[in-house]
Ligand binder design. Structure first.
Ligand code: GLU
Length: 418
């Protein structure tokens, strides 16, 4: 819940939808269908802990829309997961898949848990039991989970194995983001950050801006943040500040994200990286820079701090980092916001490639995957940006309009059953 605006992510997702629906004059029937999730499953389940005790957990799987294809979206493990958050994330997945035009709907899952407090065995027990609880919804043609905040390839392997044990044979296409030795795809683990860097490169070209030595700030150093930082550094950007949940670090001369990844492997945090000054997390986003990549959680940029956030490019690696009130301020201040549903769509795009490879049992090499990813990201960026410039509207509104048009068209074509 945003402190400044007192709205849940779901209220924000609906507000963004209403804005787009109004702008495009979407008919009322479709507004009713598309503004709420299609299916929501809440599960309460026990897990046997290492000390022999039993703990109860709550989890969710929400399918916002499956009109254009199976539900697609990650599963997150976080102590603040709520049904409203998962609803919002599922809705954003629908628009994300539509904006890059891959044949998936939108879904999301989550478990209310701080996974850093669990042993590996407990994490596996929790994952296998959660997989079993949500299994009525999961399937290669129905709903395909992937990693998200605090989940990874190993967790996808356990999920996939659990469902496969139920059916009695390997079901590799029921999750994506799996380990390479188990039907995972080359390029998947870097895909979201790679997509972010493609979008930043396109934006810089459009703005006539040189990325060489461009001061860059990255919030979050998990999969999305760390890969975005590496790829932007390789494009010439100077990474001057990085933050994670434990704190932020600043060095105006530049931080080598490749070395920072090695440091992080040892210490699990970016803190104490040599030659850097510590910065309070509240100040990280306000550091003067050209490129800002929020790659952590929702509602980080609000009406409260937005007036002080003035990068040239704001590339949303995270889902939902900016509130609608902040969006207005950023637009007035000429900040070029690349919205989450476009900017971080590289992950789900390579998830789509992984699913296609699993279904065909035929695997592509990495250069083919990265090449196809670039085609998808660049053409989606162009389509969204053209729409935004033509109507003088923010890219988020343009992306939502494009996405909603595609889902609305599919819904009209399929018709209302019965
Ligand atoms: N969790 C990622 C996202 O928010 C990836 C989803 C997927 O690959 O299905 O886009």
């Amino acid at each position: 819940m945003s402190k400044a605006e007192n709205k849940s992510p779901y209220q924000i997702a609906q507000e963004q939808f209403d804005l787009a629906a109004e702008f495009m004059g979407l008919e009322d029937d479709l507004r009713c269908i598309l503004r709420v999730p299609k299916r929501e499953l809440t599960v309460n389940f026990p897990v046997r802990m290492d000390d022999g005790s039993v703990q109860a957990f709550t989890g969710y799987r929400v399918q916002h829309n499956v009109t254009r294809g199976p539900g697609k979206g990650g599963i997150r493990y976080h102590q603040n997961v709520s049904l409203d958050e998962v609803r919002a994330l599922a809705m954003w997945m629908t628009w994300k898949c539509a904006v890059v035009n891959i044949p998936f709907g939108g879904a999301k899952g989550g478990v209310v848990v701080d996974p850093t407090k669990l042993s590996l065995r407990e994490l596996e027990n929790l994952t296998r039991r959660f997989a079993t609880e949500i299994s009525p919804l999961i399937g290669q043609d129905g709903d395909i989970p992937a990693p998200d905040v605090n989940t990874n390839a190993q967790i996808m392997a356990w999920l996939m194995d659990t469902i496969s044990m139920h059916t009695g044979h390997l079901e590799s296409a029921i999750t994506t983001g799996k380990p390479l030795g188990l039907g995972g795809s080359l390029g998947r683990s870097d895909a979201t950050g790679r997509g972010v860097s493609f979008c930043v490169a396109q934006a810089a070209k459009f703005l006539n801006m040189d990325l060489k030595d461009a001061p860059t700030v990255v919030q979050g150093f998990g999969n999305v943040g760390s890969v975005s930082a590496r790829m932007l550094h390789d494009l010439g950007c100077r990474i001057i500040a990085v933050g994670d949940v434990y704190g932020s670090i600043y060095n105006p001369k530049g931080i080598d994200p490749h070395a920072l990844v090695q440091h992080m492997k040892k210490t699990r945090t970016v803190m104490d990286y040599p030659d850097c000054e510590p910065v309070p997390n509240e100040d990280l986003l306000e550091i003067k820079c050209d490129v800002l990549v929020p790659a952590a959680l929702e509602e980080q940029i609000t009406a409260e701090n937005a007036p002080r956030i003035r990068p040239k490019i704001l590339a949303e690696g995270a889902n939902g980092p900016t509130t609608p009130e902040a969006d207005k301020i950023l637009f007035e201040n000429n900040v070029f916001v690349i919205p989450d549903i476009l900017c971080n769509a590289g992950g789900v795009t390579v998830s789509y490639f992984e699913w296609v490879q699993d279904l065909q049992s035929f695997f592509w090499d990495e250069s083919e995957i990265n090449h196809r990813l670039k085609l998808v990201m660049d053409s989606s960026f162009q389509a969204v940006n053209e729409r935004a410039q033509a109507h003088k509207i923010p890219l988020r509104l343009a992306a939502n309009i494009l996405a909603i048009e595609r889902v609305a068209e599919a819904t009209r074509l399929r018709g209302i059953y019965p």
